[in-house]
Structure formats: structure tokens, C-alpha cells
Design a protein around this ligand. Structure first.
Ligand code: ADP
Ligand code: MG
Length: 243
């Protein structure tokens, strides 16, 4: 499998806290990697690092074989190739659903309006919200808003999507509609890194489960191996608490 995202020897501190410790991780094109681990283990920092929303002190991050530069125009361009979906949907409240999805392609990609709208409607259809295009975010449920956020991320035609606990802020009855959209993306071959506590999703959609604790990758295995026979005490302890 062709490596799409590669981290080699990545380290990061916040002050004296060593939050990423010698991280080595390869995500192949079309692969779905689920990242799990206790709160504070560095999962969000890892996601932000892949997009260079965080600087790192050592190590290299490459996207499709190209090193991510530390700053500048080239970084801005590469960053658009990895979309992010957060726990909080961060939609623009004063813009319609359609306008939210069209915004980045218009501003960043300088697509023309007709093309951006056609693509936005197509993506809203894909996340099951074609009929909500004219509404404002506050008129939608949390699950619908998160699906808009996914459509918005897809509108940049990213090579990969990172999800940081995309269902953690949702009421239980809305979780499955978001996970179903993510399952479909996975089946369609999207490269995805997903931080989640949804173990059902990890079992059914992940090619690999990465278990983090204290800033380190402790296990990196197939879901079947991980869930049936975790190797480390940290993973065993974590699973005993959540399963
Ligand atoms: P997770 O997503 O696994 O819960 P995070 O990556 O958010 O973990 O955080 C890892 C550690 O880094 C935690 O101890 C957290 O308190 C700390 N941390 C996260 N962001 C910052 C920041 N901006 N400044 C200082 N410490 C931070
Ligand atoms: Mg987090």
C-alpha cells in the first residue's frame, strides 16, 4: 500500500510535558486508522501535528512522500489536502448550510461559484442533507451539523480526512447517522485517521487500531488482534474500562 501520511520520530513538548514521544506512524492511501487511548494521551495533538497546526521539535512528517514544510505558502497548500473534522462542528452560524460547504472552495481554491455550488450540493446529497441546503446551522440537529462539517471538509477534495472525536459532542441517538457517513467514506476508499471512543466503528471500519498512552504509540495492530488480545497492560486496562 502506498504510504500517504508518514510520521517519523516526531516529538513534541508543551513546556515540560512530553506530549508526543518518538511517534512513528504510516497511513497508507485508502487506509482507515482508528486512534484510541485515555484522555490526555496525545491523540488530538497527534491529529493537529499531521496538519501542522502544531509545530514539532523533531522528526519528519510527509504527505504523499513530500515533507511538510514548517510554514509558508506550500504548507498552506498541503494543509488543504488533509481535511479535519472536530468534535465541535465550527460551522459559520450566519451562513446557510450550502454556503458553509461552498466557502473554502470559493476562497481558497478560487473555484467559480457555479462549480462550487454544484459540488457542494453533490456532497450534501452524499451526507444525506440535500434537502437542508438553505437552512442555517442552528436549525439543524447536532448530527446533521456534523454531517455538514464532513461535507465541508470533503469540498476541498482532500487526500485524507482526520476526525478528532467527531461524535463525542452528540446526543446518543445522533451518533449512528454520523458514523454511517464515515463508514461510507471508508468504503469509498477515503484515507482516514479517526480518534474515537466508538469501538463498534473501530471494529467494523478500521484497518488498524493505534493505541496511545502518555504520548506514545503503545500498540498498532488490526482491530481483531487488538480487541481480542491486547498486548500491553495499558491497553488491557483501557479496554476493561470502556468495553
Ligand atoms: P487527548 O486528545 O488524547 O485527550 P491531547 O493531545 O489533547 O490529548 O493532550 C495531550 C496532553 O497535552 C494533555 O496532558 C494536555 O493537557 C496537554 N495539552 C494539550 N494541548 C495543550 C496546550 N495547547 N498547551 C499545553 N498543554 C496542552
Ligand atoms: Mg482529544
Amino acid at each position: 500500500m502506498e504510504p500517504l501520511i508518514e510520521l517519523r520520530g516526531v516529538n513534541k513538548h508543551y513546556g515540560s510535558l512530553h506530549v508526543l514521544r518518538d511517534i512513528n506512524l504510516t497511513v497508507g492511501r485508502g487506509e482507515v486508522v482508528v486512534v484510541i487511548g485515555p484522555s490526555g494521551s496525545g491523540k488530538s495533538t497527534l491529529c493537529r501535528t499531521v496538519n501542522r497546526l502544531e509545530t514539532v521539535e523533531s522528526g519528519t512528517i510527509t504527505l504523499a512522500g513530500r515533507p511538510l514544510p514548517a510554514e509558508g505558502r506550500e504548507l498552506a497548500r498541503l494543509r488543504t489536502e488533509v481535511g479535519m473534522v472536530f468534535q465541535s462542528f465550527n460551522l459559520f452560524a450566519h451562513k446557510t448550510v450550502l454556503a458553509n460547504v461552498m466557502l473554502a472552495p470559493l476562497k481558497v481554491r478560487r473555484k467559480n461559484k457555479d462549480e462550487a455550488e454544484r459540488r457542494a450540493r453533490e456532497l450534501l446529497e452524499r451526507v444525506g442533507l440535500a434537502d437542508q441546503a438553505a437552512k442555517y446551522p442552528a436549525q439543524l440537529s447536532g448530527g446533521q451539523q456534523q454531517r455538514v462539517a464532513i461535507a465541508r471538509a470533503l469540498a476541498m477534495d482532500p487526500q485524507a480526512l482526520l476526525f478528532d472525536e467527531p461524535t463525542s459532542a452528540l446526543d446518543p441517538e445522533m451518533i449512528s447517522e454520523v458514523l454511517e457517513v464515515m463508514q461510507q467514506l471508508a468504503r469509498d476508499g477515503m484515507t482516514m485517521v479517526v480518534v474515537t471512543h466508538e469501538m463498534g466503528f473501530a471494529r467494523s471500519a478500521a484497518n488498524r487500531v493505534v493505541f496511545m498512552a502518555d504520548g506514545q504509540i503503545v500498540e498498532d495492530r488490526t482491530p481483531e488482534d487488538f480487541f481480542t488480545a491486547p498486548q500491553s497492560d495499558r491497553a488491557k486496562d483501557f479496554l476493561s474500562k470502556i468495553l
